[in-house]
Design a protein around this ligand. Structure first.
Ligand code: C5P
Length: 245
């Protein structure tokens, strides 16, 4: 669990830059952020267009990769998918808690197998609970009558109990999730905005320091860095906020 103020090392390691862009832009950003950022997030848009090559290319440039593929399928298939993603070089991989305990356990088995084969660090798993695009009405429409917060807690506990290293949640949920899951869980939060930054389409946001104070382990930050006039300076400003908080 991180404690403010962070060391510079901790701060750089806590920020995951979301590359929600095309290949050329991703490489351009990687060049600009070399030596400044440690982590990038490769999501479905980039991955389905350019495949494992994208993960390898970011590794070759010295970045760790959060591969945000939100896996959800039968346990057998997820075992293979998690193993493949891990072999390609995902350092963190996302899965859906909704797939159930067996699915999560098979994802864990897949990344453990890959780590043994690669003789490297094991890919860490983070589980999605309820998508933030779903509200109470949307949940009811798929037959879930529990309050959203209860459903989030249920899925988070199930996933971590079955072998996920942690979860993805909004900064607003981070404190409750930390209390629920304990000090060792990996809690990844998007929806982070440095003070004064444009919100874009994010509605429930927290500053980087507030998200860490609430219990986040890693912050996924996209546009405040990637669309800044000077992405490296934007990254440095976030690091400064976390080291001086
Ligand atoms: O540009 P911005 O900082 O809003 O990017 C946030 C990243 O986190 C995006 O890649 C987005 O898909 C992801 N995300 C999110 N909200 C969620 C889940 C994921 O913004 N609830």
């Amino acid at each position: 669990m991180l404690k403010l103020p962070l060391t510079e090392e901790e701060a750089r390691d806590a920020v995951i830059v979301a590359l929600d862009c095309d290949r050329d832009e991703a490489f351009h950003l990687a060049d600009l952020l070399a030596g400044k950022a440690r982590w990038v997030k490769v999501g479905m848009t980039l991955y389905y267009a350019y495949g494992p090559e994208m993960v390898r290319a970011m590794h070759d440039r010295g970045f760790k990769v959060f591969l945000d593929l939100k896996l959800h399928d039968i346990p057998f298939q997820i075992h293979g998918a998690a193993r493949s993603a891990s072999m390609v070089g995902a350092d963190i991989l996302s899965i859906h808690g909704l797939g159930g305990a067996d699915m999560v356990a098979q994802a864990r088995a897949g990344v453990e197998e890959a780590a043994a084969e690669r003789e490297g660090d094991r890919t860490r798993l983070v589980a999605i609970s309820v998508l933030t695009s779903m509200d109470q009405e949307a949940l009811a429409s798929i037959g879930v009558d529990a309050p959203v917060a209860d459903e989030v807690a249920r899925l988070a506990k199930l996933a971590v109990g079955a072998g996920s290293d942690g979860i993805v949640c909004s900064p607003q949920e981070a404190a409750d999730m930390r209390a629920l899951l304990g000090p060792d869980a990996l809690i990844v939060t998007p929806g982070v905005r440095p003070a004064g930054a444009a919100l874009g389409d994010q509605k429930r946001v927290a500053t980087p320091a507030a998200a860490i104070a609430a219990g986040a382990s890693k912050l996924v930050i996209g546009r405040p860095i990637t669309q800044a006039e000077d992405p490296a300076a934007a990254m440095d400003a976030i690091v400064a906020e976390l080291t001086q908080a």
